[in-house]
Design a protein around this ligand. Structure first.
Ligand code: SF4
Length: 380
């Protein structure tokens, strides 16, 4: 009994060192019991997800990158299709970027796909086609931050590496009753510290996945189901009735409304498409020529800009077709014009070309580019 007490006291001392929490909370908290409850819950409620069917680090990596900013339900189909076309790290590394983007089309945040492709090439070149097991090596790969590295290392390699993402941030902030803004570096430090301490133990991969599942299914953003929560016993927010007030986060950024014009130019069953350049939205994907909507004389201004960029003189007609789309902080209202070539010659450039209309289905297109392509016959 004495040794158990001493070890518990040491554990609490270690935990409290980095935490602005009272001794009384830690005297109630048993990391071992916490882990057992979480893992038992996972045993009963684990979701059958395609990336959970084996411990292939490549598959786990693909799923983790797709799950950033995207719901599980949306990712399932994308993941399944992606793994059919790029079943191994080397097939992904050998693929061309356009085909990788094609299988990402619609998931958004395309930089994730381009960086993953780049990282696959690095792994093939620098690590003998084997996903690195060393956390520092993993963190050197493009597009892999502390969370993703921790998830892969714990799930694929059973390393006790911490994770912190939306669901676990909310769960931990409520458990710890943190009133501080979760976006502050000091609060993040507390949360990472908590995650690091509790992951040490058996089955760290299952434990981390269980935490994320408890966060997403029980400790939901709205109306957390505290009565079904396996760790309600430890929860400060629940004990003090603050589960709907926490976590404390700064207001979301303001959205910016912008108006844009797309110009659809068709010629003998082809359409003029451009490749979005680095630094632009949808970099690497194809799109129809697009401009910010000029505040004055839109027809004359758009014709002038188009001729400057593409070398073609156009007659422009408004189509009445428009789309609304949200991307990052922008709310885009896109008006579509149709352009008839009246003169000039298309400039030679890698950045744009005539694409046969029947190939539009096979090319990676921007979100609104796809919407236009789906109605391409309305523009002829
Ligand atoms: Fe979240 Fe409620 Fe569980 Fe606390 S008791 S962790 S608020 S679900």
């Amino acid at each position: 009994m004495v040794s158990k007490h001493v070890s518990r006291t040491k554990q609490h001392a270690a935990l409290t060192a980095d935490f602005p929490l009272s001794e009384s909370w830690f005297s109630e908290f048993s990391p071992q019991k916490f882990r057992t409850r979480i893992l038992n819950w996972f045993g009963r409620h684990k979701r059958d997800l395609p990336w959970r069917r084996n411990r292939d680090p490549y598959a786990i990596w693909v799923s983790e990158i797709m799950l950033q900013q995207t719901q599980v339900a949306t990712v399932i189909d994308y993941f399944t299709r992606f793994m059919v076309h790029f079943p191994t790290l080397s097939t992904l590394a050998a693929a061309d970027e356009q085909s990788v983007l094609k299988f990402w089309e619609g998931l958004g945040y395309y930089r994730r796909a381009r960086q993953m492709h780049k990282a696959a090439k690095m792994i093939v070149g620098d690590f003998g086609q084997q996903f690195p097991t060393n956390l520092d090596d993993v963190l050197q790969l493009p597009g892999i931050g502390r969370y993703t590295a921790g998830a892969i290392a714990s799930i694929a390699f059973d390393q006790p590496t911490p994770i912190l993402e939306g669901n676990t941030i909310r769960l931990f902030a409520r458990l710890l009753g943190l009133a501080e803004d979760i976006r502050l570096p000091a609060t993040q430090k507390v949360l990472w510290g908590f995650s690091t301490r509790i992951v040490a133990g058996r089955r760290p991969g299952d434990f981390n996945q269980a935490l994320m599942d408890v966060g997403s299914q029980i400790c939901r953003i709205k109306q957390p189901d505290c009565l079904s929560c396996p760790v309600a016993h430890f929860c400060r927010a629940f004990a003090t009735g603050r589960q709907n007030e926490l976590p404390n986060s700064t207001p979301k950024h303001e959205y910016e409304s912008i108006r844009e014009a797309a110009i659809v130019v068709l010629r003998r069953q082809t359409a003029l498409l451009r490749i979005c350049q680095n630094g632009e939205r949808w970099a690497g994907l194809r799109d129809f020529p697009r401009y910010s909507m000029p505040a004055k004389n839109p027809f004359a201004e758009l014709r002038k800009k188009f001729e400057r960029d593409y070398g073609l003189e156009l007659g422009l007609q408004e189509t009445g077709i428009s789309f609304r789309h949200a991307v990052t902080k922008y709310r885009i209202a896109l008006s579509c014009f149709v352009g008839q070539v009246h003169g000039g010659r298309l400039r030679r450039s890698e950045k744009f070309r005539w694409v046969p209309i029947q190939e539009l289905d096979d090319l990676p297109l921007s979100t609104t580019g796809r919407k236009i392509a789906n109605r391409i016959h309305d523009f002829s």
